[in-house]
Ligand binder design. Structure first.
Ligand SMILES: Cc1ncc(COP(=O)(O)O)c(C=O)c1O
Length: 408
């Protein structure tokens, strides 16, 4: 099949909607347009039934036993805000301390900073060079005032998957609520909120081949029953936790997307991991001074993040942008030229943090695309290094760090 350019390899920023998802959504824009809270007529009942079905489909994807535990939101960012702010407000009398990590997505970090300004204390636990959080570091951070642990399930840049079950068990032991940002993991790997002891879980549809603008927060109802203060006041929808008319077509699409992910997950993750490994081997075997970021095994099947010495990630992407779409750093920070804080947090130098590229594969990625992107990435890096005086010096055996640059 002829390649279609630019080849999309940035599926951790967003995924294309699966055509089956679009088909499921379409009737809910037109003939099935009822309001799910209209209790008095069939238009409302039809919409409510569709929302209930979607709630069940999302619940199944994450192992929630009771669909009522799924609260629909506008996406991952809102779910994270609702989880952190909702717990902080609800449990303020109990304590004012939160434990999180330095590699959370911006939503998690920015909410934590806001809560600090409001008098909360937040411990930001560091990560190891492979991106893993040391569960003992979380244990040591817990104080009698800790009301929440928030640790992401899998990282959006380096794909490292945390030992969520161990953190869940620790949270249970200490009687602390556990939230996980599973925005990148949901739909890509098996998740079981019961087995992993998760109390709150954030996810979004647009990272699992569903539409943009809808997500969910799982809120545990039993063992323990978790309560959160709502962020919005209004009609009391979503069991009082998230007022506002639900976007029924998006919710239906989210449900269908979750259902498809669950069905295809074993086969899809095997296929993508094999393609990802092929891309990784193709690049690492042909480019020297290239370093894999993240954990070599405990990582999302579709993620590959590599730093290339002596080139800027941005320059590589510019060199390829008519042919392939990838990202350097995460999408939300790529508007600035700040190096990736995640790559910096795993101990890389500023130079290597600037030179990282994230390739993320998806349901529609083909073998030919992987072969093409791998080959062209190697070529562009070769060309950029040929123009780099630093690379030339390094090849001559000069220790770059020992050079004292003299300003004219
Ligand atoms: C780890 C992580 N958390 C949260 C979000 C935000 O989700 P949304 O775009 O649905 O607001 C993203 C988005 O990419 C993400 O990767």
């Amino acid at each position: 099949m002829a390649l279609k350019f630019p080849i999309f390899m940035d599926s951790q920023s967003t995924t294309p909607c699966d055509p089956r998802v679009v088909d499921a959504m379409l009737p809910y824009f037109t003939e099935k347009f009822g309001h799910p809270a209209s209790r008095n007529h069939p238009y409302g009942w039809e919409a409510e039934a569709a929302v209930d079905r979607a709630r069940g489909q999302v619940a199944q994807l994450i192992g929630a036993r009771d669909p009522k535990e799924v609260v629909f939101t506008s996406g991952g960012t809102e779910s994270i805000n609702l989880a952190l702010k909702g717990v902080a407000e609800m449990y303020r009398e109990k304590g004012n301390h939160i434990v999180t990590t330095v590699i959370e997505q911006r939503a998690g970090l920015d909410v934590a900073k806001r809560l600090e300004r409001q008098g909360f204390e937040v411990t930001y636990v560091p990560v190891q060079p492979d991106g893993m959080v040391d569960v003992d570091a979380i244990r040591n951070a817990i104080t009698p005032k800790t009301v929440l642990i928030s640790v992401m399930y899998a990282n959006n840049e380096i794909g490292t998957i945390q030992d969520v079950a161990a953190i869940g068990a620790l949270a249970k032991e200490k009687g602390v609520i556990f939230h996980t940002d599973a925005t990148q993991a949901a739909g890509k790997m098996p998740i079981d909120v019961e087995k992993a002891g998760i109390d709150l879980l954030s996810c979004t549809a647009h990272l699992m081949y569903g539409p943009k603008g809808v997500g969910a927060l799982y809120v545990r109802r039993k063992g323990p029953r978790v309560r959160i203060a709502p962020m919005m006041d209004g009609g009391g929808h979503e069991r009082g936790m998230r007022s506002g008319t639900l976007p029924v077509p998006l919710v239906v699409g989210f449900g269908r997307a979750a259902e498809i992910c669950r069905e295809v997950m074993p086969e899809e993750s095997r296929r993508l991991a094999a393609l990802r490994d092929q891309l990784q081997d193709g690049i690492l075997s042909r480019v020297d001074e290239a370093f894999l970021n993240g954990h070599p095994e405990r990582r999302l099947p579709h993620n590959l993040n590599i730093s290339f010495s002596y080139v800027e990630g941005e320059s590589v992407l510019m060199g390829l942008n008519k042919e392939a779409a990838m990202s350097s750093g995460s999408a939300c920070t790529s508007a600035t030229l700040e190096p990736s804080y995640v790559i910096a947090a795993i101990g890389a130098s500023t130079e290597l943090a600037h030179s990282s590229i994230r390739f993320s594969l998806h349901r529609f990625t083909t073998d030919e695309e992987v072969e093409y992107v791998g080959r062209r990435t190697v070529e562009v890096i070769g060309r950029l290094r040929d123009m780099s005086p630093l690379y030339e010096l390094a090849k001559e055996g000069v220790d770059i760090k020992s050079i004292h640059w003299k300003a004219e």
